[in-house]
Ligand binder design. Structure first.
Ligand code: IMP
Ligand code: MG
Length: 185
């Protein structure tokens, strides 16, 4: 299927499953090369990274642990902006080699905040592994050690990523069609 309707928006296929799988395997091999023997702890970020993490970790064939985390957003009582707190961190990360597994890095603000929070627990190392990065949207400098693909500054869905909660359950990745009238099959 080349075209995908998610609620009121039309999307067109932009990264087919085969290309995603190829890049996931490449990044998994890089992780194995760097972290073999270090018993890394993978922290995939829910909800967006659930499919990516499942594919990635089945390729990372070294002893490791996995523990999912989530970001809870709420309005602070006196703060102006939105506060995003890391929840679900059950494993003791002190002295561990951590790999944060994210679906997409857009402005980078979420990841910057997460790095700061996790750093406070004194892990041995923290690496960032992202399925997708939008270099044109980055607002802060963050280290991205493992990156499957770079994409333009467009809105995408599929393979774990959502539009208003829907559209996560596809094998391919789709990009928003700004003018669906012009879309031809
Ligand atoms: P950041 O803090 O701007 O880097 O935002 C990152 C988060 O925004 C990701 O983890 C996604 O949940 C969401 N996001 C950013 N871009 C997209 C997109 O194109 N499609 C779906 N979700 C996105
Ligand atoms: Mg996310």
């Amino acid at each position: 299927m080349e075209k995908l309707q998610v609620k009121d928006k039309t999307f067109a296929i932009s990264i087919p499953e085969a290309e995603i799988q190829k890049q996931v395997r490449r990044v998994a091999a890089e992780i194995v090369r760097d972290l073999e023997g270090k018993h890394p702890l993978f922290l995939p970020v829910l909800n967006g990274a659930f499919i990516f993490a499942a594919d990635l970790l089945r390729e990372v064939n070294i002893p490791c642990e996995v523990s999912f985390i989530k970001l809870a957003s709420y309005q602070g009582t006196q703060s102006t902006g939105e506060i995003r707190e890391v929840i679900g961190l059950q494993a003791d990360i002190t002295g561990r080699h951590i790999v944060i597994v994210e679906d997409i890095i857009d402005s980078g603000l979420t990841m910057a905040h997460m790095l700061e929070t996790l750093q406070a627990h004194n892990p041995a190392s923290i690496s960032v592994c992202a399925l997708l990065v939008k270099p044109g949207a980055l607002k802060v400098e963050i280290p991205i050690h493992y990156k499957c693909m770079e994409i333009p500054n467009d809105f995408i869905v599929g393979y774990g990523l959502d539009y208003d909660g829907d559209g996560r359950n596809t094998r391919d990745i789709y990009t928003l069609v700004k003018d669906p009238e012009l879309f031809s099959e």
